[in-house]
Design a protein around this ligand. Structure first.
Ligand SMILES: *Cc1c(COP(=O)(O)O)cnc(C)c1O
Length: 373
């Protein structure tokens, strides 16, 4: 079987989506599934749709095109504000988009009018993460302009948390977003069908019993795909954390001295100030590297340690050399490792539709023989 590859358990993704959708439904919140980490893979998107999400969201038009080409008919929202150079395709492939710039919205409106259609607009508001978003004090004026434009329909507002800042939103922040929705509706005389509270980092808030106020949608990628809360790294109750496995092949084995401090050239190690302890080690080289994944996002199997990586090689120290040249090693991936591996041309995807096995324990994936200096 070809390596490197990602084995994808579609039933586990379906189960995760169903579990999270069910819990949020009880709270009055719908789920829009985000497919960017799997590059808009149609079968994975379909597994999430089968799990009950109301639609899909994508950051990149190239991925949306892939979904449409595979026959996915559901509503797809572009969650990264559209590029002016792609306006016509946004109108063609997406029902709605998240927006922060009036010139872009005007171009969408003009293109939609030319095509005799109406494009949905959700205004992204800056609520503290300091990535994209309209400043709250400017929201009302912009909302009014959107309402007045033919070719676009103002569907609602949304916010994003924990992407740049890394902190999860709390109840007060969700209340502030709800108040903003109410105030803007009152001032513009419009109604917001969607108030999208955020991403997977919002789940602890959403499931914690706080009043949800006006929030009625979350955009979830990581929580469904990997079963973890991105901020704490904790497993989400009742979900699988092993829907994806990266499989790589051993191309060299044997004993070598640990590299000396001054011979470590891997920028990843330099950045983390990690040096191996001294001594000899049994080691393996795998045919996978920085070009294929985020190597620091791989969970090492027990008794195996990450010693280093280059563009095409992964060097692993091991207690006992059970693996032979030609054998395969399996890794769990974090979101960053998954996202990189899914978009790497040499990493193939193998879809599995088996019934979910009993839940695998969450592996720690620490490089235990590396000491911090
Ligand atoms: C990536 C992204 C999401 C999904 O984030 P997850 O952490 O995968 O749930 C939601 N909204 C926006 C705007 C995004 O860019």
């Amino acid at each position: 079987m070809s390596t490197p590859r990602i084995e994808v358990h579609l039933n586990k993704i379906h189960h995760n989506a169903q579990t999270i959708v069910g819990r949020l439904k009880a709270r009055g919140i719908s789920v829009t599934a985000v497919t960017k980490a799997v590059c808009g893979h149609p079968s994975i998107a379909q597994a999430m749709l089968d799990g009950g999400v109301i639609g899909l969201a994508e950051a990149r038009l190239s991925n949306v095109r892939k979904l449409r080409k595979a026959g996915i008919k559901c509503s797809i929202t572009l969650i990264r504000t559209p590029m002016l150079s792609q306006i016509d395709q946004v109108i063609q492939f997406c029902e709605a988009s998240y927006n922060t710039e009036m010139p872009v919205i005007a171009a969408l409106a003009a293109a939609a009018t030319r095509k005799d259609t109406v494009h949905g607009i959700i205004l992204m508001v800056e609520m503290g993460d300091l990535r994209e978003g309209i400043m709250p004090e400017d929201l009302c004026a912009i909302a009014q302009q959107v309402v007045d434009l033919p070719g676009v329909a103002l569907k609602g507002i949304g916010a994003n948390y924990a992407c740049l800042s890394g902190t999860a939103p709390n109840a007060a922040e969700m209340e502030a977003l709800s108040d903003l929705a109410n105030d803007t509706e009152a001032q513009c005389g419009t109604f917001f069908q969607t108030v999208s509270g955020g991403n997977s980092a919002n789940l602890p808030w959403a499931l914690d019993g706080h009043p949800i106020c006006r929030i009625n949608d979350l955009r979830l990628g990581e929580a469904i795909l990997l079963g973890v809360d991105p901020v704490s790294g904790d497993q989400i109750d009742g979900t699988y954390t092993d829907a994806f496995t990266l499989v790589a092949e051993v191309i060299e084995t044997g004993s070598k001295p640990f590299p000396l401090l001054n011979s470590i050239c891997d920028p990843v190690f330099k950045r983390l100030h990690l040096v191996p302890k001294s001594g000899q080690s049994e080691r393996m080289i795998l045919a996978i590297g920085h070009q294929d994944t985020d190597v620091l996002g791989l969970s090492m199997p027990p008794d195996n340690r990450l010693l280093g990586a280059t563009s095409d090689h992964l060097v692993i120290g091991t207690r006992q050399l059970a693996q032979k040249v030609g054998s395969e090693m399996r890794f769990q991936m974090n979101y960053s490792a998954l996202m990189n591996a899914m978009s790497a041309p040499d990493v193939k995807t193998k879809l599995l539709r088996d019934n979910p096995s009993p839940r695998a324990p969450v592996s720690e994936g620490q490089a235990n023989n590396l000491v911090s200096i």
